[in-house]
Design a binder for this molecule. Sequence first.
Ligand SMILES: *Cc1c(COP(=O)(O)O)cnc(C)c1O
Length: 369
Amino acid sequence: MSVFDSALAQIKDLQPYLPGKPVEELERELGITEAIKLASNENPLGCPKRARDAIESASAHVELYPDANAYYLKQALAARLGVNANQLTIGNGSNDVLDLVARSFLDAGAEAIVAQYAFMVYAMVTQACGAGIQVARALGPEQAQPYGHDLESMLALVNERTRVIFIANPNNPTGTWIDRGSLKSFIEKVPPHIAIVIDEAYFEYVDLADYPDSTGWLERHPNLIVTRTFSKIYGLAGLRLGYAIASPELTDLFNRVRQPFNANALALAAAQAALADDEFVARSREVNRAGLVLLQDFCHQRGLEFIPSVGNFISVKFAHNCQTIYQGLLQRGVIVRPIANYDLPEHLRITIGTATQLDRLFTALDEIL
Ligand SMILES: *Cc1c(COP(=O)(O)O)cnc(C)c1O
């Protein structure tokens, strides 16, 4: 018996998360420069200038522990979201918050429900707690949003062991979304002792009249937990800052299980500054909207199928030659994301870049195809 055998079975069974390939790694491997990464749904515009200034100011005092209560960021978020500061849990990225939810509700004997093709982290944090996972089949090709969450089939999996339901709206890697009416009636049917996580990592990118802001339902449904992040539209993925909005009671729980200094001082300062830059957010949304159209048009012209997306990425179907295309793009300095680990071996997920970056992608794809 080795010490490895003593480790928890659920941990030994975990499949590691597969991140997008870092730009530096590809450049090192190929001896090239100016590679572009359209692989991790990062903001191609970078982050707001004022966030970089805030980081620089905050860097003068990195000898001090960060504010464990994130007072200023919570005040700013509370004012922006119309909630109380005691409804906010700050995380080291929203993945950290998802982990806090799992650790608060799940253990051996408990179950979480996710949708097929849902963001991988839900299954990972569930398994790490030794809990079971139920996967609801996705919507089929005859539905309005193939590959999307099928709320009926998720509901049908609720049983006496269910403790958490994870919903991504919109979902990554499919880019599919759930409208206000459908999500509201789903929430009303879920028994009130089951926690419902609504992951809104791409909230600020979506501009559809029918797309819901789930925070509006918190008062009526104290089993809701809404998660958001500064990694996507705010361009701060490298700093790791996400948050949950929930009832004061659940927030108190999450803040007990949370590591006291899980969000660092530079991230707190940058997030607070970024939150105030509405112009940057509007510009990012605009660049993304234009880029979505460019990529969709390219796919239509080349006869490529894709999953219609409301996020800052599109999963494009290349069928059997997917790996060849991924490798061919790497050779040309363009990093995208294979999603075979999502059981979508024929798709590549492509982040919406600037028009210049997309041009490079299109040229490279035309060479390969
Ligand atoms: C990117 C992403 C997140 C955010 O992760 P962070 O830990 O905040 O960087 C959360 N959920 C989904 C669905 C995502 O795609």
